[in-house]
Design a protein around this ligand. Sequence first.
Ligand SMILES: Nc1ncnc2c1ncn2[C@@H]1O[C@H](COP(=O)(O)OP(=O)(O)OP(=O)(O)O)[C@@H](O)[C@H]1O
Ligand SMILES: [Mg+2]
Length: 501
Amino acid sequence: MKVGIDLGTTNSAVSYINEHGSPEIVKNSDGERTTPSVILIEDQKAIIGMTAKEAAAFQSEDTIQFVKRQMGNNSFEFPLPGTDQLIGAVEASAFILKRIVQDAEQELGETITDVVITVPAYFDDAKRNATKEAAEMIGVNVLKIINEPTAAALAYYNLEEKTTDQNVAIYDLGGGTFDISIVNIQDNEVKVLATDGDANLGGFDFDNAIFNYVADAFEEETGLDLYDDDMAMQDLRDSTEKCKKSLTKRDKSLVAVSSQGQTIRKEITKTLFNDLIESYLARTSQIMEETIGESNLTWNDITKVLLVGGSTRTPAISDMIERLTGIEPSKDLNPDEVVALGAAVQASSIEPSDQDSRHHIVVRDVNSHSLGIITGDGQNPDENSIILERNTEIPCERSKSFVTVQDNQESVMVQVTEGEDEDPDYVTIIGTSEVALPDNLPMGSPLEINIAYDKNGIVHVGAKDLSNQVDLGEFVIERQSNLTQEEYEERQETMLAMEVE
Ligand SMILES: Nc1ncnc2c1ncn2[C@@H]1O[C@H](COP(=O)(O)OP(=O)(O)OP(=O)(O)O)[C@@H](O)[C@H]1O
Ligand SMILES: [Mg+2]
């Protein structure tokens, strides 16, 4: 059985293709359509979902939340209560995946062997790799990693009976990430024209904006520091999210916080809330403008703006989008479910079974980050030299020639970068590899470096000695942000040893 999984910052969902050939959400064992991406570790057990989310208020030290924000960040570690072991973002995600796959297997009465997992379009190589590792850790085969807005476009495509040639914009603002994609949809094809985003902007930041406002007011009015009180902090975190959600429906809402014997109540009006989140909205609108430009279209060419992600329920978002594009955003699709539904559509179009046969869709996506390498002659400052431009259709491969800087140079240190700037300080170094060179190359010998994105948006690098026309092969990038094989196996063992429910 194949399923599509939306592994979200705050909520995750699973979908499959039902007997009528339509994507459908699989309920979890609590009967819910989404599962909070929260982990509670207790008595050598990992409890995932609503129970864990509810426990977070009283047992914040035993819970892990917002794991997705830490994907690809190797220095993030969470101590496993009751042991001297640590777990990282990959294992934490594996716990979440295990619960939702286990539940789906029970609900569907079948073993899940293959999955399509969605990631924000703006996720970089390290984060994509980490996501793939998490799924492999629980023993499922990853058919493909696809971008969340692309999945949403697929779900929308699937709804349309007859699809005419049209361009849609997908605005996806979830709990932790923002993506915008401009997509062309035609018969049997969903083609992403341009994509951009921010991997650290979401509803969580809206909660924080209210949180900081109230915490500052508490300090000002009482002279006490709220940050000393873990319990009050977690309480306030919960009530700020509730406040934010109620401001979707109401014009004002009250937030109370008690700590160290003092209580304050603050009224948050919709106007104040809109002011507090103004800079985040402005950032998304600026990214939208850049992306429509990259797609070589204007907003007049767009027929629909699809809203994806729970945070798009905030009314100020629709207002901003309408002001910018002149289009009233569509509410045709459930913003919490559409990504998982699209992932199932994608899963069914990879090696389709009979049941899936009507899903013959070509998905053409692009990369969200340029790739390059750091070059230098040892005298001038190093430069980031872009080899593969962003918004190129994936899979793709590009090469560029460089020259050796010394006679008999034995090796070159290839530092692979992700980012748009010429200055190495403003790009991310994905990883480094030392490529051995053949003997006796004179200074100035040409070398070709080729960089590729595979269908999952994961990076591969190879080199060629152009003097002798010898292919030096693909080389393993020592990723700074990912686990070594040994670490991975060790952590998988720890993870699999625990019961998950
Ligand atoms: N009614 C509402 N009004 C405003 N915000 C809401 C509402 N309902 C949910 N949200 C917010 O939506 C966010 C969760 O959205 P969603 O479930 O789409 O995120 P996710 O898929 O987990 O995150 P991501 O896609 O960034 O990984 C939370 O920040 C939540 O507070
Ligand atoms: Mg999401």
